[in-house]
Design a protein around this ligand. Structure first.
Ligand code: ADP
Ligand code: MG
Ligand code: MG
Length: 246
């Protein structure tokens, strides 16, 4: 579905991604692990075509066609969704406004408020947020866990083909983590793919990845199956680095 070839990315005068190759097939779950500053969020953002980064080299292919020239909106239209590590607060815009907009984007038609409430209630229940969250400003005063659940709620509406979840598990208590993992399970099909960026193997106990990639200093230094996450937990990044052939 998505192929990334020889991707090099800079910001200002610095090289941040130093040559990334990856292939994400429909139906698969990929985990990206790696120490802070290794470039995980940068990779996530350039897949979604975040404008702050400069693509110095490389290709993005979506179903074998180049999407290098497609901006963030066009990539979202293709079905690429990014849940940010730190979701933005949008004062003055209610969550209901935002979610109705997501609905309209997905279905290419508007929906009246009553029908939308009927549509959204089961999804709120799935992610574990109550209806009062619809009327609050987007992420305003939400706890860490509530922000993350709100990202999954958007995912549940948009039904993306490729969902990139950047540290969706960070700062969550165990109940919120389980709920988010459960929602992700329920939203998984053979047609969509997840890229889970995480420091912690715990999430990966609830959603088993088909592939685990370890990033370090802007490169994928090692890829393996789910057992690699367990190995990382036991031995740490330094040991994994020794195994890696770069
Ligand atoms: P990770 O998500 O793995 O912790 P990031 O992708 O956030 O890593 O960051 C990779 C490197 O790029 C870090 O050294 C970070 O400081 C740098 N970086 C990322 N975004 C910016 C930015 N907007 N301006 C300057 N440096 C950045
Ligand atoms: Mg980080
Ligand atoms: Mg990050």
């Amino acid at each position: 579905m998505l192929k990334i070839e020889q991707l090099k990315v800079g910001i200002k005068d610095r090289l941040i991604l130093e040559g990334i190759d990856a292939h994400i097939e429909a139906g698969s779950v990929h985990a990206i692990m790696g120490p802070n500053g290794s470039g995980k969020s940068t990779l996530a953002k350039v897949i979604a075509a975040h404008p702050a980064y400069k693509i110095l080299e490389g290709n993005f292919k979506w179903q074998d066609e180049s999407i290098n020239d497609k901006d963030a909106e066009a990539r979202a239209q293709l079905g690429i969704f990014l849940a940010f590590q730190n979701p933005l607060t949008i004062p003055g815009v209610t969550n209901m406004d935002l979610l109705m907009l997501a609905y309209k984007t997905k279905h290419k038609q508007s929906i009246d408020a009553i029908s939308f409430l009927e549509y959204i209630m089961p999804k709120l229940e799935l992610v574990g947020l109550d209806a009062s969250f619809l009327h609050r400003y987007v992420n305003d005063g939400f706890s860490g866990g509530e922000k993350k659940k709100n990202e999954i709620l958007q995912l549940a509406i948009l039904e993306p083909k490729l969902a990139i979840l950047d540290e969706i598990d960070s700062g969550l208590d165990i109940d919120a983590l389980k709920q988010i993992a459960h929602s992700l399970h329920m939203l998984k099909t053979t047609q969509n793919a997840y890229v889970l960026i995480t420091h912690y193997p715990r999430l990966l106990e609830y959603i088993k990845p088909d592939y685990v990639h370890v990033m370090q200093k802007g490169r994928i230094i090692l890829s393996g199956d789910a057992s690699l996450a367990k190995y990382l937990e036991r031995y740490g990044y330094d040991e994994v680095k020794k195994k890696a052939v770069v």
